[in-house]
Design a protein around this ligand. Structure first.
Ligand SMILES: *Cc1c(COP(=O)(O)O)cnc(C)c1O
Length: 428
C-alpha cells in the first residue's frame, strides 16, 4: 500500500494524540513501515533521521539488535503476570539496579505503565503520607511553564495553557511558583518561599522537572536552583518530587539530572527512556520513610492500593534491564560527552542568524529559539515539513526547534540533522 492509501484508512478510524485532526486535510500523516538505528522509513521507502527520539523515548535506535534479542529471550519464558501477589525476575533485577543507580535514600519503588501514572502515584502517595500521619494537606506546588502529563492529577500540576484551561473547573487545586527557567533564580526562589510560607501546613509536595522544562519549550535552568529548592522543602517540611520522566537516563549528560545538583528528592519519577522507546513502563522511587508510612495491618486502612493492569509488565522490565546493560557495557554517559560537545560546536553558527534569539543546551538536548514569528504563522510546522522533505524528522515546539536524538546518532547523522535545520532557518 502507498503512504496515501494508508493515511486514508487511518483517518477513517483513528483520533491521534496531541493533534487537531483537521490539520490532516492538508498535512499528511506518515505511515511508518520500519525502523532501523537512527532511521524510520515510510511505505514509499523514504527514510527519516529521528531527531527527537520518537517523542524523547528512543535511546539506542529503532529495532536495536541487543534489545530485540533480550525481548525474544524473555518471550520464551513469560510475557506478563499479575503483579499483586506475584512477582518475576526482570522486575526484581530492574528494581535492584534502579535503587543502586539513584541516590542512596531512594530505597523502594512502585511500578506503573506510563509517565502520567507515575506522577499520579507520587502525588497520591505524598498526600496519603500526611493523611496516614493525621494531617490533611490538599495542595501541591509546581513551577510555572511545567509539564507533568495529561491525566487529571498530572494535568493539575502542569502549567500548559490551552492543554489545561478547558478542564480547569474539575482539576485539583495547585499553586504555581515562578520558574527559574523564566526568571532570575533568586526571584524564583523568593517566590517559592513566599508560596510555601503563605500556605504552610497545607502543602504536601513540590513537583519539578529538574534542569529542563522540556514540553515547556525546552526552557533550562541551573542545578543551583534545585539545591536551594531541596533546602526550602526541608525547611517547610514538604516533599520534593523530581519528575525525570523526560530528563532521566542520560538526557542532560548525567544518568539523572538531580546528580548535577547533588540532591536527593523524596520521590523520583522515571519513564520514557527507561525502555529505550520499546514499551510503556514507569517507576516511582521513594524513601524508606515513605514506604514505612504505608506499612501496617490491612484493617488499619493506611495501605496504598493503587494499581494498573500492566503494572510491572515482564517484557517491559526485561527491556529496561537490556537498556541498563547497554548503558553499562557501552559506557554511554561517558561516550555521549563527545556527541554533546559536537552538538555544541555545530550549533554555534545559529547564533549569528537574525531570526535566532537563543541557542541553549543541556547534554543531549539542544534548543534553538527563533524570534519574529507570530504564533499563527505556525513557523515550527513549516520547518518540520521542510526538514522532512530532506530526510530529517524534527518536531519544533512552536517557534522553538530542538534536537533530542537517540544516543546512537553518529557524528555524520548529527551533522546532517543540524546542517539541514540550519539551511532551513537561514532561508526563512
Ligand atoms: C512525557 C512526560 C510526562 C508524561 O508521560 P506520559 O508517558 O506521556 O504519560 C510527564 N512528565 C514529563 C516531564 C514528561 O516529559
Amino acid at each position: 500500500m502507498t503512504n496515501n492509501e494508508l493515511m486514508q484508512e487511518d483517518l477513517n478510524y483513528i483520533f491521534h494524540p496531541c493533534s487537531q485532526m483537521k490539520d490532516h486535510e492538508t498535512l499528511p500523516l506518515i505511515p511508518i513501515k520500519k525502523g532501523y538505528g537512527a532511521y524510520i522509513e515510510d511505505f514509499e521507502g523514504n527514510a527519516y533521521l529521528d531527531g527527537i527520539s520518537s517523542w524523547w523515548v528512543n535511546l539506542f535506535g529503532h529495532c536495536n539488535a541487543y534489545i530485540n534479542e533480550k525481548i525474544a529471550e524473555q518471550l520464551q519464558e513469560l510475557e506478563h503476570v499479575i503483579f499483586a501477589g506475584f512477582t518475576h525476575k526482570p522486575a526484581i533485577d530492574l528494581a535492584k539496579r534502579l535503587v543502586s543507580l539513584t541516590p542512596e535514600p531512594l530505597q523502594k519503588l512502585f511500578f506503573a505503565d506510563n509517565g502520567s501514572s507515575a506522577i499520579e502515584i507520587s502525588l497520591k502517595m505524598a498526600f496519603q503520607y500526611f493523611k496516614n500521619k493525621g494531617e490533611t494537606r490538599p495542595l501541591f506546588v509546581s513551577l510555572e511553564n511545567s509539564y507533568h502529563g495529561e491525566t487529571m492529577g498530572a494535568l493539575a500540576v502542569s502549567d500548559t495553557g490551552l492543554y489545561k484551561e478547558v478542564y480547569e473547573e474539575i482539576l485539583i487545586k495547585t499553586l504555581h511558583a515562578k520558574s527559574p527557567a523564566l526568571h532570575d533564580e533568586k526571584e524564583a526562589l523568593e517566590h517559592m518561599r513566599e508560596v510555601l510560607q503563605k500556605n504552610s501546613g497545607k502543602i504536601c509536595a513540590v513537583v519539578v522537572e529538574p534542569l529542563v522544562q522540556c514540553a515547556g519549550s525546552m526552557k533550562m535552568y541551573d542545578a543551583s536552583y534545585l539545591k536551594a529548592l531541596r533546602t526550602l522543602c526541608d525547611e517547610f517540611g514538604v516533599f520534593l518530587i523530581a519528575d525525570e520522566i523526560a530528563v532521566g537516563f542520560g538526557r542532560t549528560g548525567t544518568m539523572f539530572a538531580i546528580e548535577q545538583a547533588g540532591i536527593c528528592p523524596d520521590f523520583l519519577c522515571l519513564s520514557k527512556g527507561i525502555t529505550g522507546g520499546y514499551m510503556p513502563l514507569s517507576v516511582v522511587l521513594f524513601t524508606q520513610d515513605i514506604y514505612d508510612a504505608f506499612y501496617c495491618d490491612y484493617h488499619e486502612g493506611k495501605s496504598f492500593l493503587d494499581s494498573h493492569s500492566y503494572t510491572g509488565n515482564t517484557i517491559a522490565c526485561a527491556v529496561a534491564n537490556a537498556v541498563l546493560d547497554i548503558f553499562e557495557y557501552k559506557n554511554i554517559i561517558k561516550t555521549n560527552q563527545e556527541k554533546i560537545n559536537f552538538i555544541k560546536e555545530e550549533t554555534q553558527k545559529f547564533k549569528s542568524l537574525d531570526n535566532v534569539l537563543e541557542v541553549r543546551q543541556r547534554g543531549m538536548i539542544c534548543a534553538i529559539e527563533l524570534q519574529g514569528y507570530a504564533p499563527k504563522e505556525r513557523i515550527g510546522l513549516k520547518i518540520f515539513q521542510e526538514a522532512l522533505k530532506q530526510g530529517v524528522y524534527i518536531r519544533p515546539l512552536g517557534h522553538v526547534i530542538y534536537f533530542m536524538p537517540p544516543y546512537i546518532f553518529t557524528q555524520e547523522q548529527l551533522k546532517k540533522m543540524i546542517e539541514t535545520t540550519y539551511a532551513i532557518v537561514k532561508s526563512l
